[in-house]
Ligand binder design. Structure first.
Ligand code: GLA
Length: 387
């Protein structure tokens, strides 16, 4: 892989003098969806698929970018000086956003660079290809310019760039899961204070299967910001009586006793999801620690129902994949993962049921939706590395 990438770099940029090759993973969230901007818990893990970056410093201010995933766009050029988001800059707004964010945090980048990317995460799949590119860029800048930043800082800088440069008000989950990834472990993260714990995922006789709906996110980003605003509205109304900082501070009982403070019915449902999903995540991690994978799976299923009915971020594609998965014997749990509005589902499937799972879910999906889904049996990997 490394040699092939370097050869491609030489073909695109003329030679491969002084290049280094980096990798940052994608992520999948097992449970705890749309809780990270509500001061709740999440339980994601990094994957062994992700984004490769071949990079070298230049002697001038020029930035040259090339993506093997968007070859039709060719080499996209700009300058390290005066970086700002531009529509024509297309995907390069992600690495450029991180360069800009380092500058904002006081880490001046002294020169330009050539950067070629190759991602083996399906684009627009909701496995965080953008956060993967952000953390990758941060890892490259740290290595090239000796910036004293931790992996957790890379996550925060990545999120800052996504929020302020690319205009998506995302929480910290994706960048954190990617920057802090640990092989065979999920990360139990409290987004209220960033305290976290690694939890080994030992699935005896079962695997994590990601099913990609191949529905592109489209309007996803604006809907995402809308959900976030609805949660903020609910929180502000709860705060007129309750001394809480976030929806994640509430138990189910406290929420039900005070839900009447929230004026709009739609905001009540959004907040109900945020509160219950946070509590489900706590229960799921406790079940996992007690080796009770059946309960863990059931909580994943409940998570999907809540995202479908109360949070309304699923849609016919994700619902079809999940509801069909629930029917397959040997499926421990199945739910949408990530922001929703398209993207992927995550399922825990017993080894002997994986073939039947792919066949049955794949067939029904194709019949009902009109195009095929893709299946990936995935492994949990480490955070960013210099290869
Ligand atoms: C996206 C965001 C995350 C998180 C999830 C939903 O992936 O980037 O911060 O909010 O959606 O859980």
């Amino acid at each position: 892989m490394k040699e092939k990438l370097i050869a491609k770099f030489a073909e695109v940029f003329g030679d491969d003098k002084d290049v280094q090759v980096f990798f940052a993973p994608g992520r999948v969230n097992l449970i705890g969806e749309h809780t990270d901007y509500n001061g709740g818990h999440v339980f994601p893990c990094a994957l062994t698929i992700g984004t490769y970056g071949v990079a070298r410093k230049r002697n001038d201010d020029v930035l040259r970018f090339y993506s093997m995933n968007f070859e039709e766009l060719g080499v996209i050029e700009s300058s390290i000086k005066g970086i700002k988001p531009e529509k024509e800059a297309d995907w390069t707004n992600y690495p450029k956003g991180v360069m800009w964010a380092f500058g904002e945090k006081g880490y001046e980048i002294p020169c330009g660079m050539d950067l070629m990317l190759f991602g083996n995460i399906p684009n627009g799949s909701g496995l965080s290809s953008s956060a993967s590119v952000e953390v990758l860029t941060g890892a490259i800048l740290r290595e090239f310019f000796g910036f004293q930043v931790s992996n957790q800082d890379l996550a925060l800088i990545g999120q800052f760039s996504e929020n302020k440069f690319n205009g998506v008000n995302c929480g910290i989950m994706d960048q954190f899961a990617i920057a802090m990834g640990k092989k065979d472990n999920a990360i139990f993260l409290d987004t209220a204070d960033l305290s976290f714990e690694y939890a080994p995922i030992v699935l005896e006789g079962a695997k994590i299967v990601i099913t990609c709906s191949n529905k592109k996110r489209g309007l996803g980003d604006s809907k995402y910001n809308e959900r976030r605003a609805e949660c903020e509205e609910a929180l502000a109304q709860l705060q007129t009586k309750l001394d809480i900082k976030a929806l994640g501070d509430l138990s189910e009982e406290e929420f039900e006793a005070n839900v009447g403070l929230i004026e709009r019915e739609v905001c009540q449902r959004r907040a109900r999801h945020a509160v219950y999903e946070n509590q489900r995540t706590l229960k799921a991690v406790a079940a996992l620690k007690a080796n009770d994978i059946t309960t863990f799976g059931k909580l994943m299923n409940d998570s999907h129902t809540s995202l479908r009915d109360d949070y309304e971020v699923t849609g016919i594609e994700l619902d079809t994949l999940v509801e069909e998965a629930w029917k397959v014997p040997g499926v421990i749990g199945s739910r949408m993962t990530g922001a929703g509005f398209g993207g992927c589902t995550v399922s825990l499937v017993k080894d002997e049921a994986i073939d039947a799972f792919k066949e049955q879910v794949g067939k029904t999906y194709l019949e009902k939706i009109g195009y095929a889904a893709d299946f990936y049996v995935v492994e949990i990997g480490d955070g960013p590395v210099l290869l």
